[in-house]
Design a protein around this ligand. Structure first.
Ligand SMILES: Cc1cc2nc3c(=O)[nH]c(=O)nc-3n(C[C@H](O)[C@H](O)[C@H](O)COP(=O)(O)O)c2cc1C
Length: 207
């Protein structure tokens, strides 16, 4: 009997500002192509944090996020909009593909600002008698990492804070099925030319 094919809602988070030159965007696009080949008809929503950055959490925004929706003023609704929109996009997605350049051993601040907007007590996580519980269930996440150096092995392996951080914070929110795909060594002659393809070749998508 033929395997049933189902369509998926894919959310693509971009955080590199380098457009066509970006390795994390190329890698994420390649992953999305594979997802769409395995699941024809799947849709893609793109959230480009480099072109349209989320703001930092200043005082008015924090106050809005900690005010229950029914008690917010119109100004507070406006202040909470980035967060509400980002959380809606995540909840609507089956698969989330996050492009993550490695900047100074961490993630770009644009990606961190997005994370600060999706981590909301009572909405994406909650505290229970048994400890914290993530409320974003049933998602598959791919992190399309790009780095000048090599961090999957060798002397710099302990300096990659991107993969462990993203796994920790996404897992805290309930997104525990995270696959990290690397285009690495992009600053290393002899490695850089095949780095994106090598990362992509490591990805197999279940039909
Ligand atoms: C501001 C900045 C900081 C960077 N810091 C690091 C770093 O700490 N380690 C590293 O291996 N590469 C670092 N790089 C190189 C990037 O990881 C590399 O250029 C990668 O391809 C960027 O992703 P993108 O091609 O999607 O823009 C840095 C690049 C920039 C622009």
């Amino acid at each position: 009997m033929a395997t049933p094919i189902f369509t998926m809602n894919i959310l693509n988070i971009i955080s590199s500002p380098r457009k066509e030159a970006s390795a994390s965007i190329k890698l994420a696009d390649g992953i999305i192509d594979k997802l769409q080949a395995a699941h024809p008809g799947s849709s893609v929503v793109v959230r480009d944090l480099a072109t349209n950055p989320f703001p930092h959490l200043e005082e008015a925004k924090l106050n809005a996020l900690f005010t229950p929706a029914e008690a917010r003023t119109p100004e507070q609704h406006a202040a909470a909009k980035h967060s509400d929109d980002a959380i809606r996009e995540i909840m609507d997605a089956d698969v989330i593909v996050i492009g993550a350049p490695l900047y100074n051993f961490g993630i770009p601040s644009t990606l961190k600002a997005w994370i600060d907007h999706i981590a909301r007590a009572g909405i994406t996580f909650q505290y229970t008698a048994n400890g914290p519980e993530g409320l974003v269930a049933g998602k598959k996440v791919y992190v399309a990492m790009a780095s000048g150096g090599i961090y999957s092995e060798g002397p710099s392996a302990g300096y990659d804070f991107v993969a462990p951080y993203l796994k920790a914070v996404l897992g805290f929110l309930g997104m525990t099925d995270v696959t990290v795909v690397r285009a690495e060594g992009l600053a290393i002659p002899g490695v850089q030319d095949n780095a994106v393809q090598k990362g992509l070749d490591s990805v197999t998508i279940a039909a």
